[in-house]
Design a protein around this ligand. Structure first.
Ligand SMILES: Cc1cc2nc3c(=O)[nH]c(=O)nc-3n(C[C@H](O)[C@H](O)[C@H](O)COP(=O)(O)OP(=O)(O)OC[C@H]3O[C@@H](n4cnc5c(N)ncnc54)[C@H](O)[C@@H]3O)c2cc1C
Length: 352
């Protein structure tokens, strides 16, 4: 998802209607593209539906989790469960005065995959970062609890293949939301494995995080190593959990997803954290290490291996090259950036 590239009802120039990139969808999910099917649904991709902001929980100084509930409190139709199981998806929220809309990515239910309640599907939870001077995100952050908002969707950004075996997910900032959707979907699929590398701007975004990689080296040793050995690009994963630091909300949800993935498949999810303000960045070495045969799964297990990149435009461009616009749609564009320099060994790259 090129985070900053907006999805507009009526762009500032007033010319185009554009949608986020998507790929062909499967039979279950295709239902959502048919107006006839969607008219009875509380949430549909064709018309805006009224929702209420039932809670707004700050998770850092710039981001909050918004919980939205459909105005009739009717549970979402069963079809949305299929979307949760099979896809990375977004909805659009309208800014009514300006008649513009932006895409946001619902966070997965907090109850384990397979035991969700109707409430889990009836509520939509959005992690929204307040962009400086951003039209829609600032508007939403100003709204008090109890306010009405209008929503349409789902828009399918990626259908997760049935035969997926491994996923490496490079997430920048709120790009963690689609990573959590994938982790939720995979938690119910045995013999899958996922590794998330999450880069945040500030430490507060991932307070109390503890990276899963075994090569954890405390901050401080890095500078010593650099000066001693002149290492340009050490593979260093830092640990953001101090003695008494409580994990932040998103970190706790990632830890819960990790636990669910362990109990259901025995393979599971692992997460490593990086923080710009701590000068800790995802390096090509971190990624190429994960693409090595047998780092995640024995290669004897046939299936699709996905390398997903999601976050602000600059993040996607740095790792995988720009997405492009063609015929009024955002498309993948050629593979560029750092990933085009790595030996991808059959991994399929998708820019979200
Ligand atoms: C599929 C998809 C899913 C997404 N999911 C999420 C999500 O889960 N959470 C999330 O927080 N975001 C998500 N986004 C990003 C979101 O859609 C918005 O792009 C984001 O909230 C910013 O929108 P805005 O209207 O607030 O900012 P905009 O008004 O679009 O402005 C964006 C930035 O550009 C700057 N800007 C605007 N106009 C100009 C100009 N003329 N010159 C220079 N700078 C300018 C603004 O100051 C601001 O910093 C997603 C995007 C996509 C495409």
């Amino acid at each position: 998802m090129s985070w900053i590239r907006p999805v507009l009802l009526r762009p500032r120039a007033g010319l185009l209607i554009v949608f986020a990139a998507s790929i062909p969808v499967g039979a279950q999910i295709r239902k959502w593209t048919s107006p006839a099917e969607s008219e009875s649904s509380s949430l549909n991709p064709h018309t805006f539906t009224p929702y209420t902001i039932v809670s707004k929980e700050p998770v850092s100084s710039t981001s909050s989790i918004f919980t939205l509930r459909h105005n009739t409190a009717r549970a979402e139709p069963d079809d949305l469960k299929d979307v949760w199981k099979k896809a990375v998806w977004s909805i659009q929220v309208k800014q009514p005065q300006l008649q513009i809309a932006r895409a946001y990515t619902p966070l997965p239910p907090t109850t384990p995959a397979g035991s969700e309640t109707e409430d889990d599907y009836g509520n939509l939870r959005l992690l929204i970062r307040k962009e400086h001077n951003g039209e829609v995100s600032t508007f939403l952050h100003r709204l008090p609890e109890g306010s009405a908002v209008e929503i349409r969707g789902p828009n399918i950004e990626l259908e997760i293949p049935d035969d997926v075996r491994e996923v490496v997910f490079l997430a920048g900032g709120t790009g963690i939301a689609p990573a959590m959707q994938v982790a939720h979907a995979l938690a119910a699929r045995p013999e899958t494995r996922m590794h998330i590398l999450w880069a945040s701007r500030r430490k507060e975004d991932c307070m109390g995080a503890k990276s899963d990689s075994s090569d954890v080296i405390k901050p401080g040793r890095l500078s010593g190593w650099r000066s001693l050995f002149g290492l340009e690009e050490p593979v260093v994963i830092e640990d953001y959990r101090g003695e008494d630091t409580q994990p932040g909300r998103i970190v706790r949800e990632l830890e819960a997803l990790r636990e669910q993935s362990k109990s259901s498949s025995g393979n599971g999810l692992s997460v490593d954290y990086f923080v710009d303000e701590e000068k800790s960045f995802i390096k090509p070495g971190h990624v190429s290490k994960l693409l090595q045969p047998a780092t995640l799964q024995p290669r004897s297990l046939k299936g699709t291996r996905l390398l997903l990149v999601s976050g602000p435009e600059g993040f996607i461009e740095y790792w995988a090259g720009r997405k492009l616009w063609a015929d009024g749609r955002e498309v993948q564009g050629p593979l560029g950036g750092v990933l085009s320099q790595l030996d991808l060994k059959g991994w399929r790259v998708w820019k979200l």
